[in-house]
Design a protein around this ligand. Structure first.
Ligand code: ATP
Ligand code: MG
Length: 572
């Protein structure tokens, strides 16, 4: 491909709207342009990268026995109503009305649509297992779209759904998908880790996320240096703590803490450590019931755990008016004493003695608070986030390590959540009706491309992993005004394309430095530089973007040398 007939509108300046490297570089390399918040044009180069991700994903899905389909983005509300998600999915779901006032959503995920196909078409155990997938555009009205393709509102996803006769077969299907995901991310050249994950909005009994390790990741993951435990903090368990040493309880007394609301403020004001505080939060469960949640002052509530324990469809911090009604005080001055709602407490609150909490009176806290005497807990659970210094919940042998990660894929065992709600059943060997067991598996196509850049770039630009590069080789003639250089470059382009490489020939009449900068920015893994000096000896220069290594290669040896280099780059 000749660049004079191609379209790569590169940008020199760092775009001000882009917060992370991949977003900046995708704009600067002429891959994407913004249309609206979280909505992007894919320009030719961007689309080539995306197609490469798709291809890797498609091949591995097919290898794992998946069958490709293509479902609509517009989904009638009735299907989503069957599982209750029409009501509960929240504002991320873009709801649309057609001219007849029929309600639809723009699909953010397709469990309902796929289950609908299967319940209509699958009748017998002989048709199972079945794995159907698609690579298609999703829309999620993200509260904070950012980082370009990483957290877009409209984005490409591969979503697969598997249907099984029983849990055993579903486990086998999950295992096969898990392996396929490892193959995908390996081929994409990513450093990744599979971690235990919360099942969130999708539901089901167990799940893993595939995390690309990168400092700009929005997820925090923990792993144990002594065993194989790795988890998203959303899911990570906290082992139950050792009991507190017995203490002589002080009387409870009120202290004025004007304008001091946060634990840090009150802790500094009263000169008492945060771990002597009982943090008291009021949540609204499923839009109706208020529950009180207690964690120690130096701990954070894990709302994912809370949601699971309460079996909540929705859970949010209660509005100040609701807090006032229950406690008589504004948020910041609330304590568990005398509250007439369910009180759930983290296990570290058990046995807390002579603690500090809100006095249920604006501008006041109480000290000398003792669990059991001054407030009673309905139930104790593991309700907090893990934090640095916590031990591994599995082996208890080492402290957890913390990393940032980008979630590129997510696999779930769904059990019968959707098939039961939608009556997806089959007849077993004995002609008896059984409910189908399901799994669901997603990969963010654009997010994989962005994560690859996040992990592999330098000050000059992108360094594409071989498997995703929009063009594998750039041919860079130094001076196209010289016919022998232009001819040699054209010949190299043709030969390498015939060899099966994807080649971009920068035949623009521009200065060498300008072309080098663009080539480094766009990130072709290999550059073949055609110049006067080399040609005199029948040589070209080969530059490997990843290592910066340069070597002179005889034209006659070029194909052989490239074969070697490509194999090395493909191996990572
Ligand atoms: P996140 O926690 O990042 O919002 P999610 O848990 O909502 O992700 P899933 O519902 O599991 O994501 O979707 C499957 C995959 O789709 C994710 O692993 C991710 O790679 C991708 N994905 C999800 N949301 C977005 C988005 N807004 N932009 C780009 N890719 C996304
Ligand atoms: Mg999400």
């Amino acid at each position: 491909m000749r660049l004079t007939r191609y379209f790569i509108p590169t940008v020199k300046e760092v775009p001000s709207e882009a917060e992370c490297a991949s977003h900046q570089l995708m704009i600067r390399a002429g891959m994407i342009r913004k249309v609206a918040a979280g909505v992007y044009d894919l320009l030719p180069l961007g689309l080539r990268a995306i197609r490469n991700v798709e291809q890797v994903v498609r091949e591995e899905m097919n290898r794992a026995g998946g069958l490709e389909t293509f479902l609509p983005s517009m989904i009638p509300a009735e299907l989503w109503a069957e599982t209750g998600r029409w009501q509960f999915y929240g504002k991320e779901l873009l709801r649309i009305k057609d001219r007849h006032d029929h309600e639809f959503c723009y699909g953010p995920t397709h469990e309902e649509v796929m289950t609908d196909i299967v319940r209509r078409e699958v009748k017998s155990y002989k048709q199972l297992p079945l794995t159907l997938y698609q690579i298609q555009t999703k829309f999620r009205d993200e509260i904070r779209p950012r980082f370009g393709m990483m957290r877009a509102r409209e984005f490409m996803m591969k979503d697969a759904y598997s249907f099984h006769v029983d849990e055993d077969d579903a486990a086998t299907g999950y295992e096969r998908m898990f392996k396929a995901y490892e193959a995908v991310f390996k081929r994409a050249g990513l450093k990744f880790r599979a971690v235990e994950a919360d099942t969130g909005n999708i539901g089901g009994n167990s799940s893993h996320e595939f995390m690309v390790l990168a400092d700009t990741g929005e997820d925090t993951i923990v792993s144990c240096p002594a065993c194989s435990y790795a988890s998203n903090v959303e899911k990570a368990d906290v082992p139950s703590p050792a009991p507190y040493a017995a203490a002589t309880p002080d009387p409870m007394s009120e202290v004025a803490t004007p304008e001091q609301r946060t634990i840090d403020e009150v802790s500094a004001f009263l000169k008492r450590p945060p771990d002597s505080f009982v943090k008291t939060l009021i949540y609204t469960l499923d839009g109706k019931e208020q529950v009180c949640v207690l964690v120690r002052g130096d701990h954070e509530v894990n709302e994912h755990k809370l949601k699971r324990i309460l079996d909540a469809t929705t859970l949010e911090l209660a509005a100040p008016e609701a807090v006032q009604k229950i406690s008589g005080a504004q948020p910041g001055f609330v304590g568990p004493q005398g509250l007439k709602v369910r009180i759930l407490a983290d296990q570290a609150v058990r046995g807390i003695a002579n603690g500090v909490t809100g006095a249920n009176r604006d501008g006041y806290h109480v000290i000398g608070v003792n669990e059991g005497r001054d407030f009673k807990v309905t139930a104790y659970h593991d309700l907090r986030n893990v934090k640095p210094g916590d031990r591994c919940p599995r082996c208890q042998k080492a402290d957890l390590e913390f990393h940032k990660g980008i979630e590129v894929g997510h696999v779930f065992r769904l059990g019968m959540k959707y098939s039961k709600a939608m009556r997806a059943v089959y007849l077993d060997k004995n002609g008896k009706e059984q409910v189908i067991v399901m799994g669901t598996y997603g990969i963010g196509i654009g997010r994989v491309a962005a994560a690859a850049i996040e992990q592999s770039h330098d000050a000059n630009g992108i360094i594409w992993p071989w498997g995703l590069a929009p063009f594998q080789i750039a041919v860079l003639p130094l001076n196209v005004a010289k016919p022998d250089i232009a001819d040699a470059a054209a010949k190299v382009e043709e030969e390498l394309e015939t060899e099966g490489y994807t080649v971009l020939h920068d035949d623009r009449d521009e200065r060498a430095g300008f072309k080098f900068n663009d080539a480094d920015l766009v990130g072709y893994p290999i550059q073949v530089i055609v110049g006067d000096k080399g040609l005199k000896n029948g040589e070209v220069e080969l530059k490997i973007r990843k290592t910066g290594e340069r070597l002179n290669v005889k034209l006659a040896d070029l194909k052989e040398k490239l074969r070697e280099t490509a194999a090395m780059l493909a191996a990572g």
